[in-house]
Design a protein around this ligand. Structure first.
Ligand SMILES: O=C(O)CCC(=O)C(=O)O
Length: 303
């Protein structure tokens, strides 16, 4: 791997698209201005503190054995209108369209705060649940039998046989600078074309791209990645708008979990992103052709 040619932070959309295609990730530079970053940061930090104080904070036990210092905040669209612009951002939508197609949805809108003293997250992909292609006559891989962390494992080199397409795209907003010292996301360049999963162990061929607050690192659902070790003296604030294709089950059950007062204020595009619109009949409540689904209370019951 020639590290000179690895993706560098850029605002050029064509370069971002081609970095994603070639390397499985890209770094979008300066998407948010300083005032917007400050507004998002203020709301995020206040929410994180309040969730910790109320013992509502979630520290993902699977991050790494003994890691009790990272914090996840879920369903951020419920926790401040200021976060909605991230899901709707034209560069996020353009890259999601490039990888997933125009009718993508929001699978999650979460924050991952890494605090000093954390453990590095095991390398993983975001679509471990995607069955491997199989040859005619071979037993197919059953999606419902797949188990996280069980492979198939291999090297992150380009496959010589057909592989599955990306079904999700992770768009990680840097709300603070992301640096090697504060645990910027680690990625294995080119691993999205391998068709296999990482074992979780750290590797020598990882890259750890840095970027300034208001930028974003974006990776293909097949790319091997994980958060880094925070050896700095402050938190690293990451915020992911995670997109999926319209028939992929979203990581977060958006239609159930969106708070009513938040729903009442959503514009149609945000409703579509959150899965409140059927896609070719999928995700419908009653009328498969309706523009938007109806809540259970409005559907027809036993007559
Ligand atoms: O926080 C990070 O840098 C990585 C998060 C991650 O691995 C994920 O969202 O799948």
């Amino acid at each position: 791997m020639d590290s000179q040619s690895l993706p560098q932070p850029t605002a050029d959309l064509d370069t971002l698209r081609s970095d994603l295609d070639t390397w499985g990730y890209c770094v979008a530079k300066d998407l948010l201005d300083a005032d917007t970053v400050a507004a998002i940061s203020d709301r995020l930090v206040a929410q994180a503190e309040a969730e910790r104080e109320a013992s509502l904070d979630y520290r993902f036990p699977a991050d790494a054995e003994g890691d009790h210092v990272n914090q996840w905040l879920y369903l951020l669209h419920n926790k401040g209108k200021v976060f909605h612009q991230l899901a709707l951002h034209p560069v996020a939508r353009a890259l999601a369209s490039h990888v997933l197609g125009a009718d993508h949805q929001l699978s999650a809108i979460d924050s991952h705060i890494t605090y000093p003293g954390n453990k590095p997250m095991p390398l993983h992909t975001d679509q471990w649940w995607m069955p491997q292609p199989s040859m005619p006559g071979e037993r197919h891989n059953r999606q419902g039998d797949l188990i996280r962390g069980e492979g198939p494992f291999g090297e992150p080199t380009p496959s010589t046989v057909a592989i599955s397409p990306p079904m999700v795209l992770n768009f990680m907003w840097m709300i603070t600078d992301f640096t090697v010292a504060n645990g910027a996301t680690r990625v294995v360049p080119g691993s999205h074309l391998s068709g296999v999963q990482p074992t979780g162990e750290p590797r020598a061929d990882e890259a750890q791209p840095e970027g300034t607050a208001g930028s974003a690192i974006i990776w293909d659902g097949r790319t091997w990645h994980g958060s880094g070790l925070n050896t700095s003296d402050g938190p690293r604030l990451g915020l992911t708008t995670f997109f999926c294709g319209p028939v992929v089950r979203a990581l977060t059950n958006m239609t159930y979990a969106t708070r009513p007062e938040v729903f009442d204020e959503l514009d149609d595009e945000m409703k579509r992103l959150l899965g409140f619109a059927p896609w070719n009949g999928y995700g419908a409540t009653d009328d498969p052709m309706a523009d938007f689904v109806r809540p259970a209370i409005e559907t027809v019951g036993e007559l």
